[in-house]
Design a protein around this ligand. Structure first.
Ligand code: URA
Length: 438
C-alpha cells in the first residue's frame, strides 16, 4: 500500500492492520515515507485513536525497528524507570546513580524535551562535554562496569521512536495514550529489563491532566509491560506544580547535584522525595530488598555516604562530561543570564499553578524546541519561589526568570504571573504520590 492509502484509512477512522503498521514504521526508519506523510498519519492516529490491537502492533513494530539488547550478563538486576513527562521533572538524574550505588543496573534510554515538558537528554547535554551517543556495545560495557549509562534513542536502539518523538513534539501530537505507550515502551522493552517503574504524571503540567486519564495511561503502560514479560508498575505522581525548585536544563542538573551532595534546600525536597519513592520501588522490583521501608533506608545511606554522588561523577566522566561540576555545581549556572522576578499583585494563598504555561514559557525563551531541529539554550530557566499552599502578600516574588535579555523576559513575564492563582482560601493539599498501579 502507498503511504497515502494508509493515511486515508486512518483518517476515516478504520483500524490499521499489522502489515500497514509495519509498512509505516519501516517507512519512518528507511525514509520511504516523507516527513509530511509521517506527520499526517500521526495526526490521524491522534484524532481517530488506535484500538488495543493497533497499540500492541505499533509498540512491537517500534521495539523491533532497532536492536533489542541482551543484558543477561551485566551481573546485576536490570531495572529502569521512565516518566511520562513533566515540568522540572529531573528525577532520572538522581535515580540512576542512587539505584546503581544500591546495586541495580540502570540502562536508561531517555528522550529530549517533548511539548511543554523537559527531557533527560537535554538536561544531560547541559553538562559541558557530556555525550548521550554511545554504541549499543559501549552502553552495555558501561552498564556492567558502572551500573548505569544514559543514552537517547539511536539509529541502533528504538530508531522509530527517535524520529516519531521529535515529530510529535513539533506537531502537537503528544497527549495520546497509544502513541505514548508505544513511544515509552519501545525504548524500555528494547532494554532487556527485569523490572520497570513508570512515573505517570497527573495535573496541569502533565500530558494527562486528570486522574482518570492518568490512571488509564498508567494501566495501559503496566499492561503492555506485563504482556512483554516485564515486571512493571506505575506510580501516578502530582504535576500540578513544577517538581522541586528549578525548571530549565542546566538549572535542573544543578538542583540534582545539590541533592546528591546533601545540600538541598527545602524547595528541592519534593524532587528528593519522589526520586526516593521511585528508586525504592525499583530496588524492591529488582529483588535487592523486600520492603519499601528497607529500600528507603538503603537509599538514605548511599546518599549520606556520598556513594551516589560518586556514581554520578563516574558516569559524567565515562560519558565525556566535565566531572568538576560534581565539586562545583555553580559551574552550571551561567553568569551571563539576567534574573527577572515575577511578582504577585494579589495577596492570599497560592491555590494553583498552570504548569503547562510555565513549561511552554521556558521553552519559548529557548529552553525547549519549536521545530525539531531547533537548538536548545541549556542555560535559561526559572526558579519557583512559591509552592501551592504558600501565603503571599502584594509584591512578593512568585519566581525568577533566568533569561538572556529584557525582550525574553517581557515576552513571558505576564503569562507567568497569570499562571499563578492567588486566592483567599487555603487549597486542599495534594500528596506527591497520588496512586500506584501494578
Ligand atoms: N515520554 C516518552 O518517551 N514518550 C512519550 O510519548 C511521552 C513521554
Amino acid at each position: 500500500m502507498r503511504p497515502q492509502e494508509i493515511i486515508e484509512k486512518k483518517r476515516v477512522g478504520r483500524p490499521l492492520s499489522k502489515d500497514e503498521i509495519d509498512d509505516f514504521i519501516d517507512g519512518v526508519c528507511n525514509g520511504a515515507w516523507a516527513d509530511y506523510q509521517v506527520s499526517a498519519l500521526v495526526m490521524a492516529m491522534f484524532i481517530r485513536g488506535l484500538d488495543q490491537a493497533e497499540q500492541d502492533e505499533l509498540t512491537r513494530a517500534m521495539i523491533h525497528s532497532g536492536k533489542v539488547l541482551d543484558l543477561s550478563d551485566v551481573g546485576r538486576p536490570v531495572v529502569d524507570k521512565h516518566s511520562t513527562g513533566g515540568v522540572g521533572d529531573k528525577t532520572s538524574l538522581i535515580i540512576a546513580p542512587v539505584a546503581a550505588a544500591c546495586g541495580l543496573a540502570v540502562p536508561m534510554i531517555s528522550g529530549r524535551g517533548l511539548g511543554h515538558t523537559g527531557g533527560t537528554l537535554d538536561k544531560l547535554e547541559a553538562i559541558p562535554g557530556y555525550s548521550i551517543e554511545l554504541s549499543a556495545e559501549r552502553f552495555k560495557e558501561l552498564l556492567a562496569k558502572n551500573g548505569y549509562a544514559m543514552i537517547g534513542q539511536t539509529g541502533e536502539i528504538a530508531p522509530a521512536d527517535k524520529k516519531l518523538y521529535a515529530m510529535r513534539d513539533a506537531t502537537g501530537t503528544v497527549p495520546c495514550i497509544p502513541l505514548i505507550v508505544a513511544s515509552i515502551m519501545s525504548k524500555k522493552l528494547a532494554e532487556d529489563l527485569d523490572a520497570l517503574v513508570l512515573d505517570v504524571k497527573t495535573g496541569t503540567g502533565a500530558f494527562m491532566q486528570t486522574m482518570p486519564d492518568s490512571l488509564a495511561l498508567a494501566e495501559a503502560l503496566v499492561e503492555t509491560g506485563k504482556s512483554f514479560g516485564v515486571n512493571t508498575l506505575a506510580v501516578v505522581s502530582d504535576m500540578n506544580q513544577p517538581l522541586g525548585k528549578f525548571v530549565g536544563n542546566a538549572l535542573e542538573v544543578y538542583e540534582c547535584l545539590k541533592i546528591l551532595r546533601g545540600e538541598a534546600d527545602e524547595s528541592m525536597h519534593p524532587t528528593l522525595e519522589l526520586s526516593t519513592e521511585l528508586t525504592a520501588r525499583m530496588l524492591v522490583a529488582g529483588g535487592l530488598v523486600n520492603s519499601i521501608e528497607a529500600a528507603k533506608g538503603t537509599i538514605g545511606e548511599v546518599l549520606a555516604c556520598g556513594a551516589a554522588l560518586e556514581k554520578f561523577r563516574e558516569n559524567v566522566e565515562v560519558q565525556s562530561g566535565d566531572p568538576r561540576i560534581c565539586d562545583d555545581p555553580e559551574m552550571l549556572v551561567c553568569k551571563d543570564l539576567m534574573s527577572v522576578p515575577v511578582i504577585t499583585e494579589t495577596a492570599g494563598y497560592v491555590t494553583g499553578i498552570d504548569t503547562r504555561t510555565l513549561g511552554n514559557s521556558i521553552s519559548e525563551i529557548g529552553g525547549g524546541r519549536t521545530k525539531a531541529e531547533d537548538r536548545v539554550d541549556h542555560a535559561v530557566g526559572y526558579a519557583c519561589s512559591v509552592k501551592i499552599g504558600d501565603e503571599v502578600g502584594v509584591g512578593d516574588e512568585l519566581g525568577i526568570i533566568y533569561c538572556r535579555d529584557h525582550d525574553q523576559a517581557d515576552r513571558i513575564i505576564n503569562r507567568l504571573q497569570a499562571a499563578h492563582t492567588v486566592a483567599e482560601h487555603l487549597p486542599v493539599k495534594q500528596n506527591l504520590v497520588r496512586a500506584v498501579v501494578s
